[in-house]
Design a protein around this ligand. Structure first.
Ligand code: SF4
Length: 333
């Protein structure tokens, strides 16, 4: 179950004596939006403006909008800070999972078996923000089982933290490890790790109480991406998409890519918007899209687009400037 630190939220609003507060929450918490707002309003007397545009990371900070609306404070739920100074005072309130001990135990037991079977003793451990408070405890538990555990420190992330666009923490220690263990749910992050760390990657899933080595999923993804890159190679018209979100904006890269595609005789156009919604491209005559924004869009949402969609790393493969053996998820950090 997700835990929300409402005490800190309320205490900050009170200490700042804020009368107008902006709230930004991740999609997964929208069902709790009215509950959260009600509590803030009732306990502080402040008026709350809730942003309802989808927010998937702290790369998409709502500070400019909040300032425009006259808010004195922004409560950003779900993520830790990754951008520089905010335009108005901002409090980051990450969510934490309340884990079920039994499921975690089962997952750990399975991981122990898998690591032993592979004769792997040194493990690089990492997770996403929701599970970060558990990491040291997990390190101890694996240490007790006789493993040597490494937790790396990266750029723009906490020790041991990975984001869908930043694997620097795990990359800093993976070279010294026999394997990487990703603690969390979902395949995106461990798959990203498997491409940038070149070590066996294990998923330790505390929600489902299981552990597994990622292999087939990695091969399947690679096959899908090869097919996508092939379509971009064949395309005669390419749209290069730039996000206007502060932490995802890569206008310079978009211009460089446009030149490269034009140099190969293709027509290339730069498009901009906050979110990349496939509907925004209805009627636009391009056969392929290069998304320079959040790497998850091209990898997770490709089926929503009628055009082929790739990230800049893949675009370079399509342009013949990179080999497929060098395939990695795109990173923004
Ligand atoms: S760019 Fe994507 S992966 Fe990175 S923080 Fe933003 S939403 Fe998360």
């Amino acid at each position: 179950m997700l835990q929300i630190d409402m005490k800190s939220a309320i205490a900050t609003v009170k200490s700042k004596r804020a009368k107008k507060v902006a709230v930004q929450i991740p999609e997964g918490l929208k069902t709790k939006l009215t509950e959260i707002v009600k509590e803030v309003e009732e306990k502080t007397g402040a008026a709350v403006f809730s942003f309802v545009e989808p927010c998937f990371g702290a790369c998409d900070l709502g500070d400019a909008w909040a300032k425009e609306l006259g808010a004195e404070l922004l409560l950003h739920f779900g993520h830790t800070q990754i951008l520089g100074q905010s335009k108005i005072p901002t409090v980051y309130l990450p969510l934490e999972y309340n884990l079920e001990g039994k499921k975690l135990e089962t997952a750990l037991k399975k991981l122990d078996e898998l690591l032993r079977a592979g004769k792997m003793k040194k493990v690089a451990l990492c997770t996403t923000i929701q599970y970060l408070p558990c990491l040291q405890e997990l390190k101890k538990a694996l240490g007790k089982k006789g493993f040597s555990v490494l937790i790396g420190k990266g750029k723009g992330a906490e020790a041991g933290q990975v984001l869908g666009c930043n694997y620097s923490a795990v990359k800093s220690v993976a070279g010294k490890a026999d394997a990487v263990a990703f603690f969390g749910d979902g395949l995106f992050h461990p798959l990203g790790i498997s491409f940038c760390c070149k070590k066996p990657v294990f998923l330790l899933n505390p929600i489902e109480g299981r552990a597994e080595q990622l292999k087939e999923q990695r091969d399947l993804l690679l096959r899908k991406r090869i097919a996508m890159v092939e379509k971009v190679k064949q395309a005669k018209t390419v749209g290069i998409w730039v996000s206007t979100k502060r932490g995802q904006q890569r206008a310079k890269l978009a211009m460089e890519l446009k030149k490269k595609f034009e140099g190969r005789g293709k027509a290339a156009f730069i498009f901009a918007s906050g979110l990349l919604n496939p509907e925004y491209l209805l009627g636009v005559q391009v056969e392929a899209i290069v998304s320079t924004a959040c790497p998850r869009i091209a990898l997770d949402d490709s089926s929503s687009f009628k055009q082929a969609i790739v990230n800049p790393n893949e675009a370079l493969i399509a342009l013949g400037e990179r080999k497929f053996e060098e395939f990695e998820f795109d990173e923004l950090a």
